[in-house]
Design a protein around this ligand. Structure first.
Ligand code: DHB
Ligand code: MG
Length: 241
């Protein structure tokens, strides 16, 4: 290829990636007014635009249905965008408990869930997750836990997710790739170190069968997805485990 073709190839690749992303969102995960309003609420409250993508929202719903979720725990609500996707995957008698450290964000999340008609099954609790999680023992086990909060807290949140779930529950964490830095080894950056610790633990804890894959930000970030397994099921993960 001639050297001058390279910028055009990069531009064409970027256009194709954009086309694929838009097409998959439109085909599999179209947003309705309530989801769009949650994004607008985040903007209006000056929150960073760090919501999950529509396809990630749909993936959470596929996972929730696959494990027959009736009780979902979300750690980190932001303006309620992911909460709408999660709560919509529940049966009418189901329950989403979403933990949010900021009172302002929690109120925005409640408003988003109310606009989506989900107040009957979704609740937002305010406070640092590490303080709220111990009080959830009486409401466990959760069928699905979605972790998308402060990154240095991830290892602690995984400990709690394991305590608050059952065999067959799913634990999903956003932002487990972060441009690859957590995969390069030890780091002085507390965010990167914590996500690296989360990934290694998800990969090696005998109670978890896990995978992580690029899914967002042009392949630079994605979910780690774990299913809680019985100790004697560890051999399903294959001869190298
Ligand atoms: C950040 C947090 C997120 O949950 C995310 O999906 C992307 C970025 C952040 O704090 O920078
Ligand atoms: Mg995130």
């Amino acid at each position: 290829m001639a050297e001058q073709d390279e910028p055009r190839r990069l531009r064409d690749d970027a256009e194709t990636r954009h086309f694929i992303e838009q097409s998959l969102n439109a085909l599999f995960a179209p947003e309705d007014d309530a989801l769009r309003a949650a994004l607008e609420a985040a903007r209006a409250h000056d929150m960073p635009a760090i919501q999950i993508s529509p396809v990630q929202g749909r993936l959470l719903q596929v996972l929730a249905h696959a494990c027959g979720a009736r009780k979902i725990l979300e750690i980190g609500a932001l303006a309620g965008y992911s909460g709408i996707w999660l709560a919509r995957a529940l049966p009418p008698s189901g329950r989403l408990i979403s933990l949010e450290v900021s009172e302002k964000h929690a109120q925005a999340a409640r408003d988003s869930l109310a606009r989506a008609g989900l107040t009957d099954r979704a609740e937002v609790r305010v406070g640092p997750a590490a303080e709220l999680l111990p009080a959830l023992a009486g409401e466990a086990p959760f069928d699905l836990v979605f972790i998308d909060a402060d990154k240095p807290g991830y290892p602690t949140y995984l400990d709690w997710a394991l305590r608050l779930t059952r065999v067959g529950s799913l634990i999903v964490a956003d932002n487990c790739i972060r441009g690859g830095r957590p995969l390069r080894g030890e780091s002085d950056d507390p965010t990167i170190a914590a996500i690296g610790a989360y990934d290694r633990r998800a990969a090696s804890d005998p109670r978890l069968l896990s995978v992580a894959f690029p899914l967002d930000d042009d392949g630079m970030d994605g979910f780690a997805i774990s299913v809680v397994i019985a100790p004697d099921a560890a051999n399903v993960s294959g001869p190298s485990a």
